[in-house]
Ligand binder design. Structure first.
Ligand code: NBG
Length: 840
């Protein structure tokens, strides 16, 4: 990536001592907090609550981002360069305060300033911060990591998405079951956003199209939408690590065009008078949990079109304001489609260029297909989006016309390559003609993009070989891989201060800029004194997690035991039930006096199940049943504990990763596209027990096979088993230990004698076992035995742990984002200079 410098001087309004509010000392921050308590919150310092202090400090920190936030825009005006537009229906950004302090390098100063308010600590205020749960899991968190790395690498970028009023639900556990309650992240006020109503955008829905002849005698089509919504941008600054680049997340909130229908009101219909307003505003009300049910499908498609249209119009307006011709769109915007949720962009950009900007088809198509690129995040058929034609045409009639034309031209290209092959036309068509006709969004995205990438080597290979082989054959150069990465700033620097301190001391501070520098740790691999310190930092994090566990679940766990952790969304393919069955096997061994070689373990689970996903919810109930029985059995004291941590989210992840010894990455091979939790664990020194799936494959390559507990069938072996007719009930006959485990479950041992509760789970495994739990069970137990013996030699374990951290530089999202910039976006750094106080 080449670099172009740009300079920005803040116009200085007179009269203030610190006109830019840029001072970074403890005194400056103290003044900022006091000022915001008084002027923004209307509070006097002595009566300020923790939440007030959190708000006031956040505003003071936000002030310190403003010069940089504005400077980036100015820099682009002076030196036009390509910006990345990352379109994503989800951004799981996590708490902002601590992260911004880290990025500015002012954690100590902020702590000192806060301390002057009755000894308040940073932890006190960070604890009351609500996190915006604007995503379901890995996909949304990845988008947040990428935005951070883009800013840290000084690349101009905007993350476009939806400002859901209600994000992912909060999870409670009642009687062992998951209970969902609405997430009210905005209830206490959220200080990190800037609303720009002046930049609002109109979006149409429904209605009809009509043909007409324009003044040049050309036949054209015009869309007459039945309704409109207005999108109002809410911007969240995304500051890079110790640089001046401050990118933006631009999230759209929907509001009605006419908030009040006076005619309806005058005839006495009060409800009718606000009906349209209520209708338009439900658009950005709630994030969809990914449970693949039909409910709300119409609203979901509306959400997708809403945010995509707002974002593309915003990009076009931006060019217009800078007097850049629309034909230069691809030189100025690299638009990334994060999964198929924004895939409607292919048709919407065509519509805007043809209908609004009056370009002809070929030019519009050239611009569109040179600007868009698509990332695929899953092979699971139920997650590949399709929209039935009746729904699509009633909501987006003009888009459907355009899609038919895109498809017609595309299929003509296929015909030339495969003359007379109707089967291939049916397979590749954007329109699924089988059964109820539907638009295949992955096909639309692929046809309209210049690159299509998977998110780990194995996954990208499977996209080419099994998901879209005919497409890959047609356009081999289009398909590529970018293995996921995570930001080391949040996932090591911020969440693991103990480890950060140790690393800063022994390898210097540059590793947070360049994670490959962790390699230097290798020189300590045989230094027993250092390994002891390594162990102590881990122990300290485990103590803190143990205290959290006690406060939130009342379970007492021993920080000296092996913390064996599986945190992620609950899904059958991720196989939390395989882990649970293995825990029962260990329990039985201990009960039967055969547990001598077993490491004392605390097995920790966490994750949300989609509200409509019955089997996933039953798995949560199952884990809680096991926990209750195991934790109340005196025979298990000092040997086994099981914990289900409620409400797993970014904030909780920050507590969990540093405190883990063993990372469970046990999905059925071929199912997990990449995983990113697996990387966070390894960076923080956890060893992995895992299958050859997703990015596990590359983690094992990097850290070394000898520092990874591998088990299980490979993707081709699973495929072969499926093809040969997998019969789990027969397999079970050869697995006596698993039989004992299942008998105990069926006898109601983990359900207070209730023999029915877990029957659907056991019957499903015995009868179908769609994710090959039985097939991998024995190998998994064996791998867990290896874990136990490795734990017995602590010096050796610590060495493996150290080597895991040392060799995970590759999984920094900086590396992934560089690959996107060089290979897909062709975007470069634009370093920004500011004349206000710079970073320490
Ligand atoms: C998820 C995959 C994960 C992957 C993330 C980020 C979806 C559709 N996919 O394996 O399941 O790590 O995407 O790429 O949420």
């Amino acid at each position: 990536m080449s670099e172009q410098p740009a300079e920005f001087s803040m116009p200085t309004p007179g009269g203030f001592q610190d006109p830019e509010r840029s001072g970074l000392s403890a005194d400056d921050l103290f003044a900022g907090i006091t000022e915001h308590l008084f002027f923004t919150l209307g509070k006097l310092a002595p009566s300020a609550t923790r939440h007030d202090l959190y708000m006031a400090l956040s505003y003071a920190v936000r002030d310190r981002l403003m010069t940089r936030y504005l400077a980036g825009k100015e820099a682009l005006n002076e030196h036009p360069a390509k910006s990345v537009a990352y379109l994503s229906a989800e951004f799981l950004i996590g708490p902002q305060l601590g992260n911004n302090l880290l990025m500015l390098g002012i954690e100590k100063e902020a702590a000192e300033a806060l301390h002057r308010f009755n000894g308040t600590t940073l932890d006190d205020v960070r604890e009351v911060e609500e996190e915006p749960g604007l995503g379901n899991g890995g996909l949304g968190r990845l988008a947040a990591c990428y935005m951070e790395s883009l800013a840290s690498l000084e690349v101009p970028a905007v993350g476009y998405g939806i400002r859901y009023e209600f994000g992912i639900f909060d999870q409670l556990i009642r009687d062992g079951w998951q209970v969902e309650i609405t997430d009210k992240w905005l209830k206490g006020g959220w200080p990190w956003e800037l609303t720009h109503p002046d930049q609002a955008v109109f979006v149409g829905f429904g209605g009809r199209t009509e043909g007409y002849t324009d003044e040049h005698g050309r036949y054209r089509s015009r869309w007459i939408p039945a309704e409109h919504a207005i999108g109002i941008p809410h911007d969240i600054p995304v500051l890079g690590y110790k640089v001046n680049t401050c990118d933006r997340l631009r999230l759209w909130r929907a509001t009605a065009t006419e908030s009040f229908d006076f005619y309806a009101f005058n005839i006495g219909d009060y409800y009718g008078a606000v009906e349209e307003k209520v209708g338009s505003e439900t658009l950005s009300k709630v994030l969809y949990p990914n449970d693949g049910t039909d409910e709300g499908r119409r609203l979901r498609l509306k959400q997708q079109h809403f945010f995509v249209s707002c974002s593309l119009q915003d990009m076009l307006r931006n060019l217009e304001q800078r007097k850049i011709p629309v034909t230069e769109f691809p030189q100025h915007w690299a638009v990334q489609l994060n999964d198929t949720h924004p895939a409607i962009a292919v048709a919407e950009l065509m519509r805007l260029l043809i209908d609004d900007k009056n370009l002809d088809w070929d030019l519009a198509w050239d611009i569109t297909s040179r600007s868009l690129a698509y990332t695929n995040h899953t092979l699971l058929p139920e997650a590949l989006e399709k929209w039935g034609l009746p729904l699509f045409s009633s909501l987006l009639p003009r888009h459907l016309e355009l899609i038919f034309e895109i498809n017609r031209r595309f299929l003509q290209q296929v015909r030339l390559k495969h003359p007379g092959d109707d089967a291939i036309l049916r397979k590749l068509s954007i329109i699924d003609e089988e059964g109820q006709k539907a638009v295949r969004m992955a096909h639309l995205a692929t046809v309209g993009s210049h690159h299509v990438n998977g998110v780990a080597k194995l996954h990208s290979d499977l996209v080419k070989s099994s998901l879209m082989p005919e497409f890959a054959q047609l356009w081999p150069e289009k398909f590529t891989n970018v293995t996921n990465g995570v930001t080391p700033r949040r996932w090591m620097g911020l969440c693991n201060p103990q480890l950060r301190g140790l690393l800063d001391e022994v390898i210097g501070q540059n590793w947070l800029h360049n994670l490959d520098e962790l390699k230097q740790l290798e020189r300590f691999q045989d230094d027993s004194g250092f390994l002891e310190r390594w162990d102590q930092t881990k122990l300290e994090s485990k103590r803190q997690l143990a205290s959290y566990i006690h406060r939130h679940t009342s379970v007492l766990v021993d920080p000296a035991s092996l913390f064996d952790v599986q945190v992620k969304r609950i899904h059958e393919y991720k196989r939390q039930h395989l882990n649970a069955l293995q825990v029962i096997a260990q329990y039985l061994r201990i009960k039967n006096g055969q547990g001598d070689g077993l490491a004392p373990r605390t097995v920790i689970f966490g994750g949300k199940a989609a509200p409509g996903y019955y089997m996933a919810k039953l798995i949560i109930r199952f884990i809680n049943g096991i926990a209750e029985t195991v934790n109340s059995d005196p025979d298990m004291d000092g040997r086994l504990r099981v914990v289900f941590l409620p409400d797993y989210n970014v904030k909780l992840g920050e507590r969990v990763y540093p405190a883990s010894d063993l990372s469970e990455q046990i999905s059925t091979a071929g199912k997990e596209a990449s995983g990113t939790g697996n990387m966070k664990f390894a960076m923080n020194g956890a060893l992995t027990v895992g299958t050859l799936d997703g990015a596990n494959v590359e983690i094992r390559e990097q850290v070394g096979a000898e520092n990874f507990f591998l088990f299980g069938k490979t993707t081709p072996e699973i495929e072969a088993l499926r093809k040969s007719g997998y019969r789990p009930w027969e397999l079970l006959e050869e697995l006596p230990e698993l039989q004992d485990v299942l008998h105990l479950v069926e006898q109601g041992h983990f359900s207070n004698g209730d023999t029915e509760l877990f029957r659907p789970l056991v019957d499903n495994l015995r009868g179908q076992d769609p994710f090959f739990v039985f097939a991998d069970f024995e190998a998994y137990l064996k791998a867990q035995d290896e874990v136990s013996s490795a734990w017995a030699n602590r010096q050796h374990w610590n060495r493996m742990s150290l080597l895991n951290s040392a060799r995970t530089g590759y999984f920094s999202s900086d590396r992934s984002v560089r690959e996107y910039c060089d290979g897909i976006w062709k975007a470069s750094a634009v370093p920004v200079k500011v004349t206000c106080q710079s970073n320490p």
